[in-house]
Design a protein around this ligand. Structure first.
Ligand code: CA
Length: 437
């Protein structure tokens, strides 16, 4: 898959360009320990290579080496401590590099690949050390061009090209997205089966994440949110340390990562298996909006359309619950942003290698792009009534509901990749009570 991606990238880069991509440095946990390494998504997308201290050079016009990797060489001692390295030979054999060098040779060798280029493609900001080298190299190249008349004089950020490409998933990416979302579904179903008052939020978190790992996921794609009761009205609540009370709703927002691709699902369900009347009212409004919004997703429709629809449907819902007072027309309420007190984000985000994936959803003129087959977007309407909100019926206070699925745009419309997690009230209640197992 990465070879195809490199070829497509080269085509978009056009003649006269050379591109350099640096892996991101590891992040430190504490003095001698690092976080589990996660490669930079663009670097991974082009190379499939997952080790730090690596640089990729794409030089389409080089006579022999159009694709070059600089990697950590094999080192017995270092490998005893920190695990196996791919090394020089396998960087060529397994990762398809026409030539690979030890990372230490970058300064010495890079000149050869830049000498005939006019434009250098490089993204600043993800690896400071390499940034310095590249800027230095670029400055020197510009100066020598003034003298000699040939060489690089333009530095271009390649990320817009890659973002555009990452927006549409190829077949291999789709397979991985299907696995990531399938495992995500399994985690959510396990949580619904296990939930009961008296459990702690972190116990559900642990169950969801262990279900992900048990099913072959690399882990959670982002910090799992288990928010019971009023915690659900904090959007990115991740403390997960409260006890579930009888009568609480639990908002679970979690996704598995599989081969670097991410799932992202939210369900909101009653800890004791029965929605209260007030919870049911809010839930049904969010659920109806969720279905109606997804229904409208198909190729050619504006990417902004689901959000506009969510504003309309959720504002109507707020009026019917008396959260907003109908002093003005709906259009005016939306224009004034009255909904923001109870619904405070956009309807969803693209998803793929990053959970909040590339966000190039507008054309150069500022208009929204339209949906195309192969895009995957989350749709996650919600209503959140924080404790202490003034002018709201007390029965709604502390209720937060979000229902989120991952939607693949297809030729004929869309496919919900995460519909396997129940969301109809009766189905959710039955699963929690163990009635349909
Ligand atoms: Ca989410």
């Amino acid at each position: 898959m990465h070879k195809q991606i490199r070829e497509a990238f080269i085509e978009k880069m056009g003649p006269g360009g050379v591109a350099i991509f640096a892996s991101n440095p590891p992040a430190r946990w504490n003095h001698d320990t690092e976080y589990i390494y996660r490669p930079d998504p663009n670097f991974y997308y082009l190379t499939g290579f997952e080790e730090p201290e690596s640089i990729c050079v794409i030089a389409p016009e080089h006579p022999e080496h159009q694709y070059v990797l600089f990697v950590r060489p094999k080192n017995k001692q270092a490998e005893i401590w920190n695990g196996k390295r791919v090394g020089i030979r396998d960087a060529q054999r397994r990762y398809g590099a026409h030539k690979a060098y030890p990372i230490e040779k970058f300064d010495e060798k890079i000149g050869e690949y830049l000498q005939d280029a006019e434009r250098l493609y490089y993204t600043l900001g993800s690896n400071e050390d390499v940034d310095t080298k590249i800027l230095d190299r670029f400055t020197r190249a510009v100066k020598s061009k003034v003298r000699g008349g040939k060489g690089i004089d333009t530095l271009v950020d390649p990320s817009p090209i890659l973002s555009e490409m990452r927006l549409i998933k190829n077949e291999t990416e789709l397979e991985r997205m299907r696995m990531a979302t399938e495992i995500t579904v399994a985690g959510h179903v396990a949580a619904m089966k296990a939930v009961r008052p008296g459990l702690y939020e972190y116990q559900l978190e642990s169950l969801v994440e262990s279900t992900f790992r048990m099913n072959g996921a690399g882990g959670a794609a982002f910090p799992t949110i288990v928010a019971s009761g009023g915690n659900a009205t904090t959007l990115h609540y991740t403390t997960n340390d409260c006890k579930l009370k009888d009568g609480n709703l639990v908002l679970l927002d979690a996704g598995a990562e599989y081969n670097r691709y991410c799932g992202d699902v939210t369900r909101t369900f009653p800890a004791n298996g029965t929605f209260t009347e007030a919870q049911r009212e809010i839930y049904q409004i969010v659920l109806d909006a969720h279905y109606a919004i997804i229904d409208g997703i198909r190729p050619g429709v504006s990417i902004d359309e689901p959000h506009q629809k969510s504003l309309e449907l959720l504002t109507e819902g707020m009026l019917s619950l008396g959260l907003l007072k109908k002093k003005k027309k709906i259009a005016k309420l939306i224009e004034d942003g009255a909904y923001r007190k109870f619904y405070m984000y956009r309807i969803g985000h693209m998803i793929g290698l990053d959970v909040h994936d590339v966000n190039c959803v507008r054309e150069a003129n500022g208009d929204y792009k339209t949906f195309q087959p192969g895009m995957i977007i989350t749709i996650e309407p919600g209503l959140y009534v924080a404790e202490g909100t003034k002018g709201v019926s007390p029965k709604y206070l502390g209720i937060g509901v979000r229902i989120e699925d991952d939607i693949l745009v297809t030729e004929s419309g869309n496919e919900n990749l995460t519909s396997g997690v129940p969301k109809e009230i009766e189905e959710v209640e039955a699963l929690i009570r163990g009635e349909n197992s």
